[in-house]
Design a protein around this ligand. Structure first.
Ligand SMILES: *[C@@H]1O[C@H](CO)[C@@H](O)[C@H](O)[C@H]1NC(C)=O
Ligand SMILES: *[C@@H]1O[C@H](CO)[C@@H](O)[C@H](O)[C@H]1NC(C)=O
Ligand SMILES: *[C@@H]1O[C@H](CO)[C@@H](O)[C@H](O)[C@H]1NC(C)=O
Length: 421
């Protein structure tokens, strides 16, 4: 009975999402399909990495997979999880909470963290038999200096994206998380729902109505000494202020983004000059991560029509908003679950609500991986140590919440009318 119900749910999900796909494929056509093997310009000095070029892709052919008969091909996500001094244990927890053999994980502890911390994280990644088998996680050995609010944050993110483009060729979406973020559902739910989506959609909360930010962000000129010094310090302001740009329009929004591989190839490989122009412009811009990708996507015809105006995160701000979002606690738990968002932030380190999320939403015992259809082992021991088919995803009713959110974001009132406005 239960099984029949689950199957019925799947069919329902499949049909409503298929409808969306038809809708979208009609409207989403003709963007930059440019892709080449042109990633050889980059060489990463690897001190701690645990993987080689071959990212251990074993079961690529999931079309013939009996578990997904008639269902669309599963995507792959490439995660960047970044942290600073003292975030090592949380990065490790995030990796276990987010882990799925299909995905890629790049961990970055910035230059404030010590080499010892980085080494310890790399040792963990290396010591996990599962990760060793799939070779899909790595720690950046050559860490970057990151100044909050400075352009070093964009530089570091682009650095990570370039590594992912070079070392792992076959992912679909890039997801940027920090040590204070946490998932609200398993990767099985996410992979399942995203398998129905066109691979061109960029989830990017944005607006051109920048209000007070014109004065506070766009007019000032800042310099980030982090670009040329090896010690972290604040940014400093130039006396002059600048005019608003005339050759492109500024967009701003959330720093939490979920971006497509083709858009990021466009950013990193730069066959068009716009990504480079904007990168230089944003070098002297306060809080550039709030605008770089947004302005870039919205000022290029190939990407304007691919934006979904949402960041897929559950976030709460004070009113009036402070520089950082509220730290989420148990008080926000129900709201968080109801939102259907796959991620939430920010959380204080080791907040008890994270344990509740592990237990209730991820079904993840402490110190173990979030279980999914690929875990074959018996309960008791970590079931994911006995690894089955990575393409066997088992979505539950939780994926319905995410589906509801996505369907809403892509409906006729939200999708087109909120693009680059
Ligand atoms: C990546 O995510 C973190 C927080 O999750 C954010 O602070 C940072 O600005 C993001 N980077 C970019 C370039 O968007
Ligand atoms: C993007 O959408 C707008 C309006 O919906 C349309 O006029 C334009 O031609 C589209 N651009 C591309 C490149 O498809
Ligand atoms: C959130 O928690 C972190 C510790 O993890 C703390 O440093 C920060 O100040 C807190 N933020 C707020 C707004 O309370």
């Amino acid at each position: 009975m239960k099984r029949a119900h689950a199957q019925w749910l799947m069919i329902l999900t499949a049909t409503s999402l298929l409808f969306l796909i038809v809708l979208l494929t009609v409207t989403l056509t003709g963007h930059g399909k440019y892709s080449s093997g042109a990633s050889d310009f980059y060489y990463e000095q690897r001190q701690f990495t645990t993987l080689d070029r071959n990212f251990g892709d074993t079961a690529e052919n999931n079309d013939g997979d009996s578990n997904r008969l008639g269902l669309p091909k599963l995507p792959r996500f490439a995660y960047l999880i970044s942290g600073s001094k003292g975030d090592g244990p949380q990065l490790r927890r995030l990796l276990q909470a987010l882990y799925h053999p299909r995905n890629y994980y790049l961990l970055h502890l910035d230059l404030e963290a010590s080499d010892a911390e980085r080494l310890e994280l790399a040792k963990f990644v290396k010591s996990e038999a599962l990760i060793r088998e799939f070779r899909n996680a790595m720690v950046i050995g050559n860490a970057d200096l990151v100044t909050a609010k400075g352009p070093t944050m964009i530089a570091s993110t682009l650095h990570a994206i370039a590594i992912l483009l070079k070392r792992a060729k076959d992912w679909d979406w890039f997801i940027n998380l920090s040590a204070s973020d946490y998932p609200l559902m398993s990767q099985d739910e996410l992979l399942h729902i995203f398998s129905f989506l066109p691979r061109e959609l960029n989830f990017l909360e944005h607006t051109s109505n920048i209000g007070w930010k014109e004065n506070q962000r766009a007019r000032p000129i800042i310099v980030d000494p982090g670009l040329y010094h090896s010690k972290k310090s604040g940014v400093f302001w130039a006396k002059e202020r600048r005019s608003m740009p005339a050759s492109f329009k500024l967009f701003m929004g959330s720093t939490w983004v979920l971006l497509t591989k083709s858009f990021l190839e466009f950013c990193v490989l730069g066959w068009d000059n716009l990504p480079r122009t904007l990168l230089m412009y944003y070098t002297n811009f306060l809080s550039s991560p709030e605008g770089y990708f947004h302005t870039l996507a919205c000022n290029h015809k190939d990407y304007q029509n691919t934006t979904v105006n949402h960041n897929l995160h559950y976030i709460r701000w004070d009113s009036p908003p402070k520089a950082n979002p509220i730290n989420l606690t148990l008080e926000h738990y129900n709201d968080m679950v109801q939102s259907g968002a796959p991620f939430a932030g920010s959380f204080a380190r080791d907040d008890p609500v994270l344990d509740i999320i592990d237990k209730e939403l991820l079904k993840r015992p402490r110190g173990q991986f979030t279980p999914g259809g690929w875990c074959l082992g018996k309960l008791g021991k970590d079931p994911c140590l006995a690894c089955g088919n990575p393409n066997a995803v088992k979505p539950t009713v939780v994926s319905k919440m995410l589906e509801k959110l996505i369907v809403k974001l892509l409906d006729s009132e939200n999708f087109r009318p909120k693009q680059c406005k």
